[in-house]
Design a protein around this ligand. Structure first.
Ligand SMILES: *[C@@H]1O[C@H](CO)[C@@H](O)[C@H](O)[C@H]1NC(C)=O
Ligand SMILES: *[C@@H]1O[C@H](CO)[C@@H](O)[C@H](O)[C@H]1NC(C)=O
Length: 380
């Protein structure tokens, strides 16, 4: 029936509705978001699955209601017969329409009312770019947008409008993000061809810090704690001390490398980098500390041995009797025992200094992360 109607009226689908008879055509838009996923820091894009609905009026398609039928639902094939707005996504990297189960055509619906109003609904998946500022990563919040408008018709021909009402989103909790806000706006874009009407959907997403807490922060924190164990070992346990030191340095290096691999190569410093860098420095300084203690104790021991050797000939020379000599030897052994067991003063101070510095750093860092989050919430 519609096919006949279109043929009979010499409908030209290349000419927009209301052309030459007044103002621009108003296209109303609603979006129902099905899902948002694959938010990628590396590619700086996201994938959105949505029902995209456009409403406009084409007076050439008005018809007399036939026995109470005022609206006609048309399948996918019908869109070849009528004029359709040439809407495109400005920041879209790729667009995929879904196949319906009934035909090989894409999953579209056209509803035509007797007064010429048309609803054109399409289910599609769009991959859209979303430039991100990762300075506060992983406590960051990003504002992604979906920007669309007509490709060829300027504001003299088509004006897009948001249908008042809420943008629908089924599930706000994504794998590593939470959608914290949705908003929309209208924009006129000027370029050398003319001015174009554009609609923008804003999607505010907040990263779930929990994932990075378990994957990166806690392991790095624990590695730093392990690097302090040698301060409690005796300075004679060289092998154990060096083994722990080297192992912790290697472990934290591996952790940093694997974390950086999953993130884009950006030239500025992220909040996460600062934490990992400080952990690395802490572990590295611990290793340097063992070296200093080792060297210091070694030279102290040599000095002590020299002292003993110097004392002995004088002692034997002054008193040739056996008894005091024996007594002195006993004293010497006792003294050297005490000397050997003595904790190095460097170790002693390190036991306090390292934890205090690291605790202070953690306190400042946590305060910083919370104030960033607070600032974002204030911003909403
Ligand atoms: C578009 O929306 C406006 C109100 O926002 C309404 O008056 C108009 O009838 C709508 N047009 C169509 C074709 O639905
Ligand atoms: C949505 O954006 C408009 C301006 O574009 C702004 O006035 C309004 O406060 C925003 N709403 C929310 C909930 O962010």
């Amino acid at each position: 029936m519609v096919r006949q109607m279109v043929n009979k009226r010499h409908y030209n689908k290349d000419i927009r509705p209301d052309y030459g008879s007044g103002g621009p055509l108003i296209v109303n838009v609603t979006i129902a978001i099905h899902d948002i996923y694959d938010i990628s820091d590396v590619n700086m894009d996201f994938t959105i699955d949505l029902h995209f609905r456009q409403y406009w009026r084409d007076s050439r398609l008005m018809f007399e209601p036939i026995s109470n039928i005022t609206r006609l639902f048309m399948g996918g094939d019908f869109y070849e017969l009528i004029w359709l707005p040439d809407t495109f996504f400005l920041n879209g990297k790729s667009l995929q329409t879904h196949q319906s189960t009934a035909s090989t055509r894409s999953n579209t619906l056209i509803e035509l009312s007797h007064n010429g109003s048309i609803l054109y609904s399409t289910r599609m998946t769009v991959v859209a770019s979303c430039p991100m500022d990762l300075s506060y990563f992983p406590a960051d919040r990003q504002r992604c947008q979906l920007n669309f408008g007509s490709y060829g018709y300027t504001i003299d021909d088509i004006i897009y409008k948001w249908t008042p009402g809420k943008i629908l989103l089924e599930d706000r909790n994504l794998a590593t993000f939470t959608v914290s806000g949705l908003n929309n706006s209208h924009q006129i874009r000027h370029n050398d061809v003319g001015s174009f009407s554009h609609l923008i959907l804003y999607i505010d997403i907040e990263r779930s810090t929990g994932y990075y807490l378990y994957q990166t922060f806690i392991p790095a924190f624990l590695i730093v704690l392990i690097s302090w164990i040698p301060f409690w070992l005796g300075h004679d346990d060289h092998v154990e001390r060096v083994a722990i030191g080297v192992t912790t340095v290697l472990t934290i290096t591996t952790l940093i490398t694997s974390t950086m691999e999953s993130l884009p190569k950006i030239s500025y410093v992220k909040a996460l980098d600062i934490y990992l860098f400080v952990c690395f420095i802490m572990v590295f300084i611990s290793l340097i500390e063992y070296a200093i203690v080792g060297y210091y104790e070694h030279s102290r021991r040599i000095r002590f041995i020299h002292q003993c050797l110097c004392l002995k000939p004088i002692a034997t020379g002054q008193q040739p009797t056996n008894e005091p000599n024996h007594h002195q030897q006993h004293n010497n052994i006792l003294e050297s025992r005490l000397f050997m067991d003595q904790t190095s003063s460097i170790d002693y101070y390190s036991r306090w200094l390292f934890p205090i510095i690291f605790a202070l750093f953690n306190a400042i860092y946590i305060w910083f992360i919370f104030s960033v989050k607070e600032f974002y919430h204030h911003d909403i």
